[in-house]
Write a protein that binds this ligand. Sequence first.
Ligand code: NA7
Length: 547
Amino acid sequence: MNDSLAVIERPQAANSTEFDAIVIGAGISGIFMLYRLRELGMAARVFETGTDVGGTWYWNRYPGARFDSESWTYGYSFSRELMQEWDWNEHFSPQPDTLAYLNHVADKFDLRRDMQFSSTVTAAHWDDAANRWTVTLESGEQAQSRFLCTAVGILSAHTMPKIPGVESFRGPAYHPARWPHIPVDFTGKRVGIIGTGATAIQAIPEIAKQAKQLTVFQRRPNWAAPLHNSKIGKAEMEAIKSRYDEIYAHCASTPMWFIHQADPRKTLDVPPEEREAFWEKLYAEPGFGIWLGNFRDIGVNEEANAAISDFIARKIRQRVKDPKVAEKLIPKDHGFGSRRVPLESGYFETFNRDNVLLVDTLNDEPIERIMPRGVKTSKQEHEFDILIYATGFDGVTGAFDRIDIRGTNGVRLKDAWADSPRTYLGMLAEGFPNMLMVLGPHTARGNIPQAIEHSVNFQTGILRFMQQHGYTRVETRPEHVAEWTETVIKAAEKLLSSKVDSWQTGVNRNVEGRSVRRVLGYNGHGVHFRRTTDQVATGGYQEFAFR
Ligand code: NA7
């Protein structure tokens, strides 16, 4: 941890278009990247589509939006002062608090003066002769830089459903990732929501409390488990603050950098009664424990997975009064934890309300089209005042695909990654010199802010090394890209999640060419990833080619 905000910043004219580094995105990644670039004395400019900082937490303002991870593990750890002065109000921070936190960080370190908002990057082209990037904004404005830092997020390219008539609905229609900045009033309204992923599972209970009628269009159900959120009192927050070193060190030792550590036992080695008692305990505890703190083989062994899936299914049957509705809410096509597990606050009980209707669009009532007044299914027309498309994102590579990024010889990143991304550590791509990716494909993720900090620290370590040696250009070496790509693909092979369609396996049928599964993340142990990056750094970055 390092508090020092250095240093030798190069003075930069306000209207300059020449930078040492351009950062795309002012979310958690872009904020921290800018902070570190400044420490290196680099002139940097952040371009951001939104009107302010926050990224995911700027856009996703839908009711119920909050962390599914413990707030006190989900902040930055680079500044002790920041950690000690910020009080989290809830164990799982609601979106407005998180956005306030990110604004606080931007203010504290005076970051906004190097950020340009309402500025969508549409293209970034590498000029091999000049050794620099030219970045183009939607406005036509251009800027140049030696380094391009992509801080575009893994879930920022939201997708609308491919349903005929989507544009024809007459009332207000929202995607949660483009939620209005003033709260939507659902009082007395008939509301339809399409999609039942993590987003909808947070939003549905909140909307149901207000709306006159809420109709949920579910294509495939998702397994979900209770969040058990609660407030954090003053004394508790002080106790957390006193343990931050210990908490972050513990997270760094777990597979996905969360507080949760898998139980070393194998599911079927544990007697059934003991298993049940363990699962009851996990189900009653806050957070991802039921998923990430479970027996170590639930994500790889079919039989073990069937046992935990059966336990969660029984919970759903207990919580949902109408057995037919309960059955519809229980996934049959994939096991518990093989897609990202949404955490919920009263989601299943919401279907016991008189004003909530579940429509199973896979088995009972396929959606045929969106109409001016609502949604037409094979059976009827459902009329609505408000429609919500909680239909997700083109995950991980989607945000890259939306920018015309071209590397050496004019090769487009989208073409280079058409079948599958190829990177070294998920941080540099072959043929794209001086492009540093935070949360790029094939990197370690899990606890996102901790992954971001690790990644930015490693990447700015490369930049520092370059400064020390007078290098101006860094590239991956093909053999290391090949080796890393193979490592990543191998690590995913044994996982049950690799056999399931989801944004994590790169499937989104609302996007052309995205119906085939791909490996998009590094699924090895977080400790292994840290060790690998540490070895590369201490070894003098020999895996990279410098000029
Ligand atoms: P998800 O988890 O990708 O969920 C999207 C949902 O939308 C899911 O239920 C989809 O059903 C449904 N969907 C998508 N397209 C359609 C169409 N065309 N028709 C009907 N239903 C559709 O996105 P979220 O925003 O909920 O969560 C994303 C991540 O954000 C989450 O994992 C957390 O990490 C935070 P399907 O399952 O494809 O049948």
